[in-house]
Design a protein around this ligand. Sequence first.
Ligand SMILES: Nc1nc2c(c(=O)[nH]1)N[C@H]1C(S)=C(S)[C@@H](COP(=O)(O)O)O[C@H]1N2
Ligand SMILES: [Mo]
Length: 338
Amino acid sequence: MVTFSPLGNQRGIITPSGLHFGVHHSGIPDIDPEMHELYIHGMTANPVRFTLRDLERYPLTGGIHFIECGGNSFMQGYFKEPQETSLDWLYGLVSGSERIGVPVKLLLQEADIDPKAKWVIAEGADGGTMARSIPLKKLMDDAIIALYQNGERLRPSQGYPIRLFLPGWEGNTSIKWLRRLEVTDRPAFTSEESRHYSETLPDGSIEGFSMYMHVKSVITHPSAGQVMPDKGYYQISGLAWSGLGKITSVEVSDNGGETWVPADISGPIHDKSLTQFSIPWRWDGRPVRLQSRATDEFGNTEPTHAEWKSRYFEGTRNHYNAIQTWNIDAQGGISNVF
Ligand SMILES: Nc1nc2c(c(=O)[nH]1)N[C@H]1C(S)=C(S)[C@@H](COP(=O)(O)O)O[C@H]1N2
Ligand SMILES: [Mo]
């Protein structure tokens, strides 16, 4: 089951938990928190298991980050023609939250990992097919076992009682209802990573383990699904994010990318987080093409739609991050164009 966030109604960088998008490949399991355990085993000198009560006693850390499904905006990558649909359907597989939990690093240290280990297979408690191979390096960096989202315990659909959370990485790797971390020296090539979340390159080869989400932005106000009632003053605003770090600038164009003007990003700017941008604008009532283009702290920026298409084999749909164009017609109607 897949549900989309109503981004066209969101202001700011936090998505209320009840409006967070959701992807559940095998439904939402009904887990008794008293019975649930997390195992860390495999290439470890000291295999360990934790109950929820054990985990609650660790130091908790976390922060404000986005989570984006690798398939967000798949319609833009997959279809040859731009689909006549709304912002929410095109971009609603991204949300922003504060998540708090136990650093995975602390738990791995207790397990006393074999120095030859390089990977960890993370598995959910929902039917057994939901597993991903994660490089040990990411787990020793900023990964957490999340217990809280936006101040409250995780909701059942968001992985209650515990989920893995990997800031900036493809949503699929943040395994919900986490029950097992198996330490190994090689990836498992699970069906999720080999079949669903890998991309085909122009020469037909497969790009697997494309873990982080690329820099991306979208104007949420105004956007498809809304109308502009009259000419005159508008505050253009939207969201930008990068799976590698902080957003450092967002530019906006009202002439289809011929000229660009820097937008204001003075709101909170967090690492691997939704970042709000805005710019005042006057619409003269003529047809225009609005675009936004974000840059992250490593100088990465968004490709045009044509550039993005040239990077992948026709029909590839994951990791779409091209510049979005909203066409505004003389009646104030807003539509998705390439
Ligand atoms: N165990 C388990 N974890 C999972 C999934 C799942 O189906 N089962 N879906 C994944 C996918 S594809 C995404 S995009 C994110 C979505 O997280 P959310 O539902 O909290 O938005 O969870 C990931 N973790
Ligand atoms: Mo996903």
